[in-house]
Design a binder for this molecule. Structure first.
Ligand SMILES: O=C(O)[C@H](O)[C@@H](O)[C@@H](O)[C@H](O)CO
Ligand SMILES: [Mg+2]
Length: 382
C-alpha cells in the first residue's frame, strides 16, 4: 500500500483535519493543529507531503522517526503538531486496514470506560456555579476552570482573595460532591504561584494545571514541596525529550500531553509509559476536535495510569463549531455519568462527515488567542 495524497481542512472553530489517502482506497484522518497557528502547521504538514507520498503507511514507526530525526531542527509546537496529525492518520489507516480499533493494536483495553471532565467558566471565570449545576444535571461530576484573569508577577492580596473566593464559593455550594481542576494557564508567575497554591490549599482542588509556564518547569519541584495540591502540566511540552526532564526532577503529579501537539499516538503512548514508571498520572489535554479526542482515547484505553480525559464539548473556544459537528458516529462519543466508552469502530473509531468538513473549510476563521495586557499596558499571559 502507498500514501497517495494529503489534504488539510482548516475548520471552525479553530481546528484543522488532515485526510491521508492511499492507493488501496483506505483513508486515515488526523488533527494536526496548534490553536492560533493553524496555517503554520498546515504548511508544516504540506512540507512533509513530498516525502510521505509513495511511502507505505503501515511503517508508522519509521515514518515517525524520519519526520522527527530527518529534520535537523526538530521538536517544538509546530513540527510536533504536524507530525502528530500525520501519525494519527497513519494509525487510523492501519486500524481500518486490519479491521480493529487502534487500542487493539496497542495491546487492548486496560479499562472499560474513561473518566472525562468538562470546562466551566471560560476565560474570565466569573459565574461557574451555574455552569457546574447545568453540567452536573448531565452527569458530570468533575470540572476544570481557569484560576485567575490577568495576574501580575507580583500581585495584590486582593487579587489572590478574588481568585480564592470563587473557589471557596464552589466548595460552599457543592461540598465534595464534585471535583475540579484549576488551570493557572501559565498566567501566574513563579513568585505568586506559591502564594496562590497555599491560599487554595483549604479547598482541595483535584489539581492545579500549568502552575507556572512550561518554560519555568524548574519551579515544579519547589512548588510541589510547598503544597499538597497535585500539580499538572504538559499541554505545552511536545515530546518525550521535554517530558523526561520533568519526570527526572519531579514535582508534576499529572502529565497532560496533547495528542495533537506532542507527536501523536506513537509519541504519547511512550510518554504515558514513562509517566507510569515515575508513578505520574496521565490526563491528556484535548480542547480540540473529534479526531484529537479519539486519539487521546486510544492512548487512555491502553494506559494504566490514565485518570482523566479533557474533552471540548461546550468549551468556551467552540464558537462556530462543536466537538461532534464533523463526525457521523456521534453516538459513539456518548458520555454517560462523565464516562466515555471505547470507540468501537476500526482505526481511531471516527466516521468523518467529509461533505460537512469540505463545506465548513470554505470559510475557516483564523482564530487567534486574545492578547491580554496589565493595567500598566504591559503584556499579560493569557
Ligand atoms: O487546559 C486547556 O484546555 C488549555 O489550557 C487551553 O485553554 C489552551 O490550550 C487553549 O486551547 C490554547 O488556545
Ligand atoms: Mg490548560
Amino acid at each position: 500500500m502507498k500514501i497517495t495524497k494529503l489534504t488539510t481542512y482548516r475548520l471552525p472553530p479553530r481546528w484543522m483535519l488532515l485526510k491521508i489517502e492511499t492507493d488501496e482506497g483506505v483513508v486515515g484522518w488526523g488533527e494536526p493543529v496548534i490553536e492560533g497557528r493553524a496555517r503554520t502547521v498546515e504548511t508544516a504538514v504540506q512540507e512533509f507531503a513530498p516525502f510521505l507520498i509513495g511511502q507505505d503507511p503501515a511503517r508508522i514507526n519509521d515514518l515517525w522517526q524520519v519526520m522527527y530525526r530527518g529534520s535537523f531542527y526538530r521538536g517544538g509546537a509546530i513540527l510536533m503538531s504536524a507530525i502528530a496529525g500525520i501519525d494519527q492518520a497513519l494509525w487510523d489507516i492501519k486500524g481500518k486496514l486490519l479491521g480493529v480499533p487502534v487500542y487493539e493494536l496497542l495491546g487492548g483495553l486496560v479499562r472499560d470506560r474513561m473518566k472525562t471532565y468538562s470546562w466551566v467558566g471560560g476565560d474570565r471565570p466569573a459565574d461557574v456555579i451555574a455552569d457546574i449545576r447545568r453540567l452536573r444535571a448531565g452527569g458530570f461530576d468533575t470540572f476544570k476552570m481557569n484560576g485567575t484573569e490577568e495576574f501580575g508577577i507580583i500581585d495584590s492580596a486582593a487579587a489572590v482573595d478574588s481568585a480564592v473566593a470563587r473557589i471557596a464559593e464552589i466548595r460552599a455550594a457543592f461540598g465534595n460532591e464534585i471535583e475540579f481542576g484549576i488551570d493557572f494557564h501559565g498566567r501566574v508567575a513563579a513568585p505568586m504561584a506559591k502564594v496562590l497554591l497555599r491560599a487554595l490549599e483549604p479547598y482541595r482542588p483535584l489539581f492545579v494545571e500549568e502552575p507556572v509556564l512550561a518554560e519555568q518547569a524548574e519551579h515544579y519541584p519547589r512548588l510541589a514541596e510547598s503544597t499538597s495540591i497535585p500539580l499538572a502540566a504538559g499541554e505545552r511540552m511536545y515530546s518525550r525529550f521535554e517530558f523526561k526532564r520533568v519526570f527526572e526532577q519531579g514535582g508534576i503529579a499529572i502529565v497532560q500531553p496533547d495528542l495533537s501537539h506532542a507527536g501523536g499516538i506513537t509519541e504519547c503512548v511512550k510518554i504515558a509509559a514513562m509517566a507510569e514508571a515515575y508513578d505520574v498520572a496521565l490526563a491528556p489535554h484535548c480542547p480540540l476536535g473529534p479526531v484529537a479526542l479519539a486519539a487521546c482515547l486510544a492512548v487512555d484505553f491502553v494506559s494504566h495510569n490514565a485518570v482523566l480525559q479533557e474533552q471540548s464539548m461546550g468549551i468556551h473556544y467552540n464558537k462556530g463549531g462543536e466537538l461532534l459537528d464533523y463526525v457521523l458516529n456521534k453516538d459513539d462519543f456518548h458520555i454517560e455519568g462523565g464516562y466515555i466508552s471505547p470507540l468501537p469502530k476500526p482505526g481511531l473509531g471516527i466516521v468523518i462527515d467529509e461533505a460537512r468538513v469540505i463545506e465548513a473549510s470554505r470559510n475557516a476563521p483564523d482564530w487567534r488567542n486574545p492578547l491580554w495586557r496589565h493595567a500598566d499596558g504591559s503584556v499579560a499571559e493569557w
